[in-house]
Ligand binder design. Structure first.
Ligand code: CAA
Length: 387
């Protein structure tokens, strides 16, 4: 039985900073950010968008296309959690009016959270082929104003529907996983911004990629040339480019050109949204599916990495007619309709977002009609409303 990704929905908030403006404000050469880091724009979440509201908005992108009565599992992967106890899944389940029988919980392992959820969902659907699973990754990447990591911030969510007989991607059984207890990136409970050893995290990411990619190929008897494309976790697009260069070392010219072209197709959305932590690999996958000219049966490799650190390489095959399940125009419109912030405006919003709203103060949102937002805290309970 085939199990895989049947629907993909993404959401990013309605404001952004242009990397050229940010470079000028930080006295940097714009080409460092555009080429050296590989980012063009970054989405900015104001205090009314959080991991939960973005996760609801991402899932709303496809909810009307699916049979909601079949959803048996709802997993929320995040490292921007809104509560130490209650999972983000329950807020999402309530907003989407899903059945109380749905099993709902949250998972965490840095940017690996959505992949962890996807692997659990895949096993669940193999055991319960009549049911489906929603898996959400939703995050706001915050390093801080005027830090080295500032250029690698962003905000957004990706929601996947996992089912039997999927309409977009069939997941192949098996994977190569690798983990080590290290400190490359982390966010203590007392901090709203991440702690990071950026150069070290890049090195570990590349080491884990080399290890899992070669181990996966060995396990499956595959060669690099068998992949039509490889999608990477992209905290910033230069990171994936470095991994892709490792992947294509020593391959024939045709494979080299194909994997470079598919990498270019896979980074377009990420270069304009920024880092969305758990959702980054799947935003890149969406970008690849929309821009990569893939055909039915093509083999795609997927590399997931979460700091701390945990990595996994796995693969999937493209399903005939996958393009009919995507909405490239609407996905691009989400980016094009964002409002450009000046750097001082972004700094003000960023600082405001570091402070929790006071109890019983209602927040208003300038998001579009039909979108969910965080409306503040009432008697210590988070309130989510739709415009
Ligand atoms: N034109 C073109 N390129 C230029 C340039 C110019 N004018 N000036 C500099 N560059 C290039 C540099 O040569 C360098 O390229 P290489 O990486 O190929 O050597 C690149 O721009 C960056 O320059 P620096 O290394 O000098 O940049 P920096 O010291 O400011 O830091 C960074 C860059 C380490 C990526 C920093 O932004 C950072 O720490 N980011 C956050 C770390 C991160 O995202 N890590 C990812 C793994 S963690 C993760 O994914 C999160 C998770 O699990 C939760």
């Amino acid at each position: 039985m085939k199990v895989g990704i049947d629907q993909i929905g993404y959401f990013t908030p309605n404001k952004y900073v242009d990397m050229v403006d940010l470079a000028h404000a930080r006295n940097q050469d714009p080409n460092k950010f555009l080429i050296g880091i590989g980012q063009k724009k970054m989405s900015v979440a104001d205090p009314t968008q959080d991991a939960v509201s973005m996760g609801i908005n991402a899932t709303l992108r496809y909810i009307d296309k699916i049979d909601q009565s079949k959803v048996g599992l709802l997993i929320f992967g995040t490292e921007s959690s809104v509560d130490q106890s209650k999972s983000g899944s329950l807020f999402v389940k309530s907003a989407l009016k899903l059945d109380p029988a749905v099993r709902a919980f949250e998972v965490k392992e840095a940017c690996f959270g959505l992949t962890a959820g996807l692997m659990i969902a895949q096993d669940f659907v193999r055991l319960h082929p009549d049911q489906t699973a929603i898996v959400i990754g939703s995050d706001i990447a915050r390093y801080g104003i005027n830090t080295a990591g500032e250029v690698t911030q962003g905000a957004g969510s990706v929601s996947l529907l996992v089912s039997s007989n999927p309409r977009i991607l069939e997941l192949n059984e098996g994977h190569s996983a690798y983990s080590e207890d290290i400190n490359d990136f982390w966010r203590p409970n007392y901090s709203k911004t991440a702690k990071v050893d950026g150069k070290y995290s890049t090195q570990v990411y590349l080491d884990f990629f080399k290890h899992t990619f070669s181990d996966y190929k060995r396990q499956k008897g595959l060669e690099t040339k068998d992949f039509a494309a490889i999608a990477y976790h992209l905290p910033f697009t230069k990171m994936g480019l470095k991994a892709n260069r490792l992947a294509i070392e020593g391959v024939d010219e045709e494979t080299n050109a194909r994997l470079m072209d598919s990498f270019t197709a896979s980074k377009e959305l990420n270069a304009n949204v920024g880092n969305i932590y758990t959702g980054s690999l799947y935003l890149s996958l969406l970008s690849l599916l929309e821009n990569g000219g893939l055909k039915a049966g093509d083999l795609i490799g997927l590399f997931s990495y979460g700091s701390g650190a945990m990595a996994e390489f796995y693969s999937a095959n493209v399903v005939e007619g996958y393009e009919n399940e995507l909405d490239k125009a609407a996905d691009e419109a989400l980016l094009d309709k964002r409002r450009k912030l000046s750097v001082p405006e972004y700094e003000k919003i960023f600082s405001a977002s570091l402070v929790d709203p006071q109890n019983n103060v209602e927040l208003t949102s300038d998001e579009k009609k039909g979108r969910y937002y965080f409306a503040g805290i009432c008697d210590d309970i988070r309130q989510y409303r739709v415009k």
